[in-house]
Design a protein around this ligand. Structure first.
Ligand SMILES: [Zn+2]
Length: 91
């Protein structure tokens, strides 16, 4: 039975490491798409202190906190719901 318990502990450790690294990879992927990235990708959409949606041209951008995605903020067009870029959440 001792062997069996160690076996299950090992599985849980591997699962935990997998989930944590998946989160970290996903977060760094999201944070690569920050405001500078959006501006570089969509120069026509950023200027004069305004940000426009690259899908519908809407100027109303809402910021949402993604607590379940490791303190990342998403900047979303409120007209069409497209996630435009991401930023770190300041705590
Ligand atoms: Zn839009």
């Amino acid at each position: 039975m001792e062997f069996l318990r160690d076996y299950f502990v090992a599985i849980w450790v591997v699962l935990a490491i997998t989930v944590v690294s998946w989160h970290l990879i996903r977060r760094s992927m999201l944070l690569e798409k920050d405001f500078a990235w959006y501006k570089a990708q969509n120069p026509d959409c950023v200027g004069n202190g305004k940000v426009k949606c690259n899908q519908c041209g809407g100027e109303k951008i809402v910021i949402r906190n993604m607590y379940n995605r490791m303190y990342t903020r998403t900047h979303t067009c409120s007209t069409c719901g497209t996630d435009l870029y991401f930023s770190k959440e300041t705590r």
